[in-house]
Design a protein. Structure first.
Length: 80
């Protein structure tokens, strides 16, 4: 059951990061990929900073922050 919850958090985090970063989501699969990678990245960063908490809202916030950071890093390598 936790796996399904993490998938849903990843999809929502990727969608929210897409809206914040570019004004629209990327589609279900890309939202999932961005959200899951963002969750790992955000969790790693929050651990480094010392901001580890428990809860569904915190997990979503961490994943969105990580997804935004991931999208920003990818945008640095994109040609204009």
């Amino acid at each position: 059951m936790n796996f399904l919850l993490y998938i849903l958090i990843g999809i929502l985090a990727g969608f929210l990061a897409g809206i914040i970063f570019r004004g629209a989501g990327f589609g279900l699969i890309v939202n999932l990929i961005v959200g899951v990678i963002g969750g790992f990245l955000g969790g790693w960063i929050m651990k480094l900073v010392g901001l580890q908490k428990e809860g569904l809202g915190w997990d979503l916030l961490t994943a969105v922050v990580g997804a935004l950071l991931l999208l920003w890093i990818v945008s640095l390598f994109k040609r204009k």
